[in-house]
Design a protein around this ligand. Structure first.
Ligand code: ATR
Length: 280
């Protein structure tokens, strides 16, 4: 069997996993996690549920003994009140994107933060580095907590000062208004805004002058695969980290929590890249 061919072995022992969100039609989690289950010879299957009524969906997980779920927009915060236990890191971030059904007890985790850190740490150390996180929304919160946990010196850079200042204060980090940001003195820059995402791909959240050789630039946007920011960063001599790496690593964290096995990260990455290249 080709390494990325999904081998569906469904029987009475198969464990069911799913992503809960609205919309979920474009989610790449099913293709990525089914490939991982298959590669690991794990008897699980992963599907997608478009969920409008979250409380009933959670009741359904309990009733059907679904083994684990990913949670995506718009349910990452609301799901927290419906679970039995929340991991302290997810509580701090204020978002759960992973549910583990531990013998009937539903536990909530956040894999976006460790996933983003794993993607970044593949390319650069974070401890004692000066890191600018652009944005102050949900994705920024996950990134920012990961950066401070890993000993990075964080600055929140945001368009709206009040929202940016609030997050910076919570994390005891610095704040810089987006209009004042020059990039000078920063080792790492992470874009957590949607600027540059399809269809408006000819935009970047900061000017070219903010990028300098030796800097590591990460973008959480993965459609397009290379955003205008990453192309400009590459041209400026920066190390770049694309959004696919974060998506794959957060999925790998979920896989490991659910199965107890080591995630086949390279296969997961190849599966996602193939799916994105094939997408219309
Ligand atoms: P998510 O939860 O997915 O991170 P969000 O909560 O809508 O999304 O947050 C988006 C972040 O991107 C915000 O910090 C937003 O800045 P504001 O706080 O000023 O709204 C930022 N953002 C979105 N579009 C932007 C743009 N065109 N230029 C600069 N920042 C932008």
């Amino acid at each position: 069997m080709a390494p990325n061919t999904v081998n569906l072995r469904i029987d009475a022992y198969t464990r069911l996993y799913a992503v809960l969100g609205d919309p979920v039609g474009h989610s790449l989690s099913p293709v990525m996690l089914n490939a991982a289950f298959s590669q690991a010879n794990y008897n699980g299957v992963y599907t997608a549920f478009q969920v409008k009524d979250l409380p009933h969906a959670i009741t359904g997980i309990r009733a059907l003994n679904i083994h684990g779920c990913s949670v995506t927009i718009p349910h990452k915060a609301a799901v927290m009140d419906l679970l039995d236990e929340i991991d302290p890191m997810a509580m701090q971030i204020g978002a759960v994107n992973t549910i583990v059904n531990e013998a009937g007890k539903l536990a909530g985790f956040n894999s976006d933060s460790p996933g983003a850190m794993a993607a970044l740490l593949e390319k650069t150390p974070v401890a004692h580095r000066r890191v600018a996180v652009i944005g102050a929304g949900g994705a920024a919160r996950a990134l920012a907590h990961g950066i401070t946990q890993n000993g990075g010196q964080l600055t929140i850079v945001n368009r709206s000062p009040d929202k940016g200042q609030q997050l910076a204060q919570e994390l005891q980090s610095d704040f810089c208004p987006l209009t004042d940001f020059s990039g000078v003195g920063f080792d790492i820059l992470v874009n957590t805004t949607s600027v540059g995402m399809v269809p408006a791909i000819d935009r970047m959240p900061v000017g070219h002058a903010c990028l300098h050789p030796g800097m590591t630039v990460m973008d959480i946007v993965y459609n397009p695969l290379e955003t205008m920011l990453l192309r400009a960063a590459r041209d400026a001599g920066c190390t770049v980290v694309g959004g696919v790496a974060m998506f794959v690593h957060q999925g790998a964290c979920q896989f490991e929590r659910w199965t107890g096995l080591k995630a086949p990260v390279q296969l997961m990455k190849k599966t996602v890249l193939d799916a994105l290249r094939k997408a219309p």
